[in-house]
Write a protein that binds this ligand. Structure first.
Ligand SMILES: [Zn+2]
Length: 217
């Protein structure tokens, strides 16, 4: 049961296709799994289409038309993982970016409870990373210099504001401080999209702050 969704403004930007690539991918994975957000995005797309129809047509040159038609042939079909152990429970966009499943990724250990794998989306301004938090593990208290989108893919975590489960979508704004702790019952895997590095507020980890750089593209 999904309890946390992108707000209307974000779904509107998503439906209009105006979100940066990495953020759009994150919202799209949630929307594909969430009937509520699918319905809203569908209504907004219909609204956008009717606004479009009301516009005065503008003539398009032959070169432009040819360019658009040529791009239709470029689209590669989505590649799905062939492993029987993980049928299609992993969202298609992630399967495409991961080229395998979670165990095939290049993970960097951050202490004993957290490991991070950075995926390349082609978005130069956003980091797109998977976080794997061991069951019961805690991410040191940190704040955000920018916006952080989080989508829970497996398991769940809690912080001072609540508890979040598979499918939940969260957004943190600059200045928000939190220390997520994975549920005791299972490991948590979530997707995080950042436009600025984290900043640890926990004194034991503050020394790392100057080294935290955004890993993009
Ligand atoms: Zn939703």
């Amino acid at each position: 049961m999904t309890n946390f969704h992108p707000d209307l403004e974000l779904i509107t930007e998503y439906a209009a296709g105006s979100l940066p690539l990495a953020q759009g991918a994150c919202v799209s994975i949630h929307v594909n799994q969430c009937r509520r957000c699918q319905r809203i995005a569908g209504q907004l797309t219909d609204l956008g289409a009717s606004l479009f129809e009301a516009l005065q047509p503008v003539p398009v040159g032959d070169a432009q038309l040819d360019a658009v038609l040529a791009r239709l042939d470029d689209e590669k079909p989505l590649e799905y993982s062939h492993r029987k152990s993980s049928p299609s429970s992993t969202p298609a966009i992630l399967q495409r970016l991961m080229r395998g499943d979670f165990s095939d990724l290049n993970w960097r250990n951050i202490g004993s409870t957290l490991r991070i794998s950075y995926l390349k989306t082609g978005d130069p301004d956003h980091e797109f990373a998977l976080y794997h938090i061991r069951a019961g593990g805690r991410i040191p208290e940190h704040t955000h210099r920018g916006t952080e989108m989080t989508l829970i893919l497996e398991g769940g975590f809690s912080d001072a504001n609540g508890s979040y489960h598979k499918g939940d979508f969260l957004i943190r704004r600059p200045g928000d401080v939190h220390a997520p702790t994975a549920l005791q019952s299972e490991d948590c895997i979530c997707l995080a999209v950042l436009d600025a590095p984290l900043r640890f507020t926990d004194w034991k980890f503050r020394w790392m702050n100057p080294f935290l750089k955004l890993r993009t593209a």
